[in-house]
Write a protein that binds this ligand. Structure first.
Ligand SMILES: Nc1ncnc2c1ncn2[C@@H]1O[C@H](COP(=O)(O)OP(=O)(O)O)[C@@H](O)[C@H]1O
Ligand SMILES: [Mg+2]
Length: 271
């Protein structure tokens, strides 16, 4: 299925460049972080991005969300250039990004309020998504009363509640213990099979990248660009059995690891 995804293009990145100001030995200059990122993501596709730390993955997601401007290049959604943040592109962060002083329900309602959804309707929508992630009973709790896994489910419910067409996830399960993480991956795949929005999911975990994806993008540093694109043809749904034991899993992982390993070795030699 993934190798011939024939839905329309949802998101196109065209020749994205980004640099940041830096001071080296007292001289102000700029460091190129992304150089010529080109990528097409199909409607309903689940795309994962892996790459060495510092290669610009978070920067790229922020550019896609229009939270950060690119120096040059374009982000197109449905063929149209975008430059302003919009609820059509929602982001889920590794650090959960919840308001500690708000209840779980108010955290999920928050972006709906910004979009002027009437309060009663916002509550209904928020409760629907809290139910989907199994947290309706924690609606009146505050984030600190919840485990890391539960907090990230709130983050996910909040992002899904605005029914974004593109869901941008930046290492969302990075701060969650290994077992909870497997449950979260399963839950995310269930939700995605229901909603079928376009997902771009950044991870540093190769297994996670293969497990979730229709396609995996490997980004290389120095400066960041798309190095490799790998289609994952593992059957869906990918839960209820040991997907990692599927005969196609290990070769895909090995192919990605070979490429990633080279970049990591180069990085450690340079640094
Ligand atoms: N606002 C910023 N100002 C200066 N440098 C930044 C800024 N944001 C990120 N960087 C630098 O850009 C590089 C890429 O960062 P990032 O996109 O977070 O990488 P990744 O998510 O792949 O680990 C890093 O070297 C980081 O220090
Ligand atoms: Mg990052």
């Amino acid at each position: 299925m993934p190798s011939e995804i024939n839905t329309p293009n949802k998101l196109e990145l065209k020749n994205i460049h980004k640099s940041f100001p830096t001071v080296v030995k007292g001289h102000a200059g700029r460091t190129q972080i992304l150089a010529g990122v080109d990528l097409v993501v199909k409607a309903n596709e689940f795309l994962t991005i892996i790459g060495p730390s510092g290669c610009g993955k978070t920067t790229l997601l922020r550019i896609i969300a229009s939270l950060l401007p690119a120096d040059s290049g374009e982000v197109l959604v449905d063929g149209k250039p975008v430059t302003e943040p919009s609820a059509e592109r929602a982001m889920v962060f590794q650090s959960f990004g919840l308001f500690p002083w708000k209840t779980v329900l108010d955290n999920v309602r928050f972006p709906l309020g910004i979009r002027n959804v009437p309060p009663r309707e916002a509550t209904e929508i928020a409760m629907t998504y809290l139910r989907k992630v199994g947290l309706e009973k924690s609606a009146s709790a505050h984030p600190h009363q919840l485990s890391g896994g539960m907090q990230q489910r709130v983050g996910l419910a909040r992002a899904l509640a605005t029914e974004p067409e593109v869901l941008l996830m930046d290492e969302p399960f990075g701060a969650i213990d290994a077992q909870t993480r497997e449950l979260m991956q399963e839950e995310l795949m269930r939700l995605w099979q229901e909603t079928r929005n376009t997902v771009i999911f950044v991870t540093h975990d190769l297994d996670e990248a293969v497990l979730l994806a229709d396609r995996v993008v490997l980004m290389s540093p120095g400066p960041g660009h798309v190095r490799k694109l790998v289609s994952v043809d593992l059957p869906r749904p990918r839960w209820g059995y040991d997907v990692r034991a599927h005969e196609q899993f290990a070769p895909l992982r090995a192919e990605l690891w070979q490429a990633l390993r080279g970049d990591l070795l180069q990085g450690s030699a340079a640094g």
